[in-house]
Design a binder for this molecule. Structure first.
Ligand code: SF4
Length: 137
């Protein structure tokens, strides 16, 4: 599929899953409307951080958002494929508004970087601290 825009992918969250901690469907729909169609892949996953039955796909998405009892945790730079990379945790216990704001900043930073690389490769190139600085963390 290449470096094109992928859809926001969401797990059932509190809408359908008994283990859900946050409304991933609601946040996913808001993100889907907000995200311009130019970045790489996104995953929103809900619930179960650190529990044995946690679904783990957020860890291999460019931007992973995981709901917890306290809000949302956000990881960046994950990818699957032949050279898998686990996303780096950059923010915890965010509100929905903070997630939307931070995702926008990440996309702006990615656009400004100007190289057609997956986000994880960008982070490996510049270092996680510089990346965090670039998105205002
Ligand atoms: S991540 Fe949690 S809430 Fe989402 S489908 Fe998996 S178990 Fe359910």
């Amino acid at each position: 599929m290449g470096l094109c825009v992928r859809s926001v992918k969401i797990c059932p969250g509190t809408t359908f899953c008994k283990r859900g901690k946050q409304d991933s469907v609601g946040l996913g729909l808001k993100l889907d409307k907000k995200i311009p169609r130019h970045a790489a892949s996104f995953q929103i996953q809900n619930g179960c951080f650190r529990l044995p039955n946690s679904c783990s796909e957020t860890s291999i998405k460019d931007i992973g958002i995981m709901g917890t009892a306290k809000g949302f945790n956000l990881t960046v730079g994950g990818s699957a494929g032949p050279s898998p990379r686990l996303g780096d945790l950059v923010a915890k216990d965010l509100s929905e508004e903070q997630v939307l704001d931070l995702v926008e900043k990440i996309i702006d930073f990615y656009k400004g970087y100007g190289k057609p690389k997956r986000l994880g490769k960008v982070i490996d190139e510049i270092g996680i601290e510089k990346f965090k600085e670039g998105i205002g963390l």
